[in-house]
Write a protein of this length. Structure first.
Lengths: 115, 115
């Protein structure tokens, strides 16, 4: 079974530029998550999709971050414009249903450096 | 209050010895799940073990076991017979039935296995 795929693995941009990340979840997984992990911290949920609908985006900085999951499969996360404090690893995860007892499977992450 | 507290920023353990990584949690939900993840230097989050709030027995997965003490709200991870490959960051996480069933992570514990 193929795991969660993410690209790119690394990205370096200047502040005020735009960047987009892509995620392809495990086939058949209804729930998709985007996390931000700043160095030295645990992952923080940015947005959670159930199929192609948003379940929770309460911690997404909506003035600069956006995400979509068209057709309920793969997803993109965009930052526009980027700030220095956006430097982090962006992790995508998926789970079968998103229930309390549902295990999440993570992708390798995208390491973003904003200079 | 922090939902997940990991009080050990770093731990050392001798190869082949057992080690316990602490995790306490805070929730008013009756139904919740507790997870432990390993994050090697490569960055990918690897699922290790899961404990449901209604599970009466402690979860075990190979060399990993979860010491679940519900009244104390603790869910410590025990790694037996440590190996050099166990050196990594370890994160405790909780998913509650309320709040869109969002997963909250602790700040992690860095484990180093000494030969």
């Amino acid at each position: 079974e193929a795991g969660v795929a993410q690209s790119p693995r690394y990205k370096i941009i200047e502040k005020r530029q735009s960047v987009a990340f892509w995620c392809n979840p495990i086939s058949g997984h209804a729930t998709l998550y985007w996390y931000q992990q700043i160095l030295g911290q645990g992952p923080k949920l940015l947005i959670q999709f159930q199929n192609n609908g948003v379940v929770d985006d309460s911690q997404l900085p909506k003035d600069r971050f956006s995400a979509e999951r068209l057709k309920g499969v793969d997803s993109t996360l965009k930052i526009q414009p980027a700030k220095l404090e956006d430097s982090a690893v962006y992790l995508c995860a998926s789970s079968l249903l998103g229930g309390v007892f549902d295990e999440q499977y993570f992708g390798p992450g995208t390491r973003l450096t904003v200079t | 209050a922090q939902k997940i507290t990991q009080t050990q920023p770093g731990m050392f353990v001798q190869e082949k010895e057992a080690v316990t990584l602490d995790c306490t949690y805070d929730t008013s939900d009756q139904s919740y799940g507790l997870f432990w993840y390993k994050q090697p230097s490569s960055g990918e989050m690897i699922f290790l073990i899961y404990q449901g709030s209604y599970d009466e027995q402690n979860a075990t997965e190979g060399r990993y076991s979860l010491n679940f003490q519900k009244a104390r709200k603790s869910a410590n991870l025990v790694i037996s017979a440590s190996q050099l490959g166990d050196s990594a960051m370890y994160f405790c996480a909780m998913r509650e039935i309320g709040g869109y069933q969002k997963v909250t992570f602790g700040i992690g514990t860095k484990l180093q296995v000494i030969p």
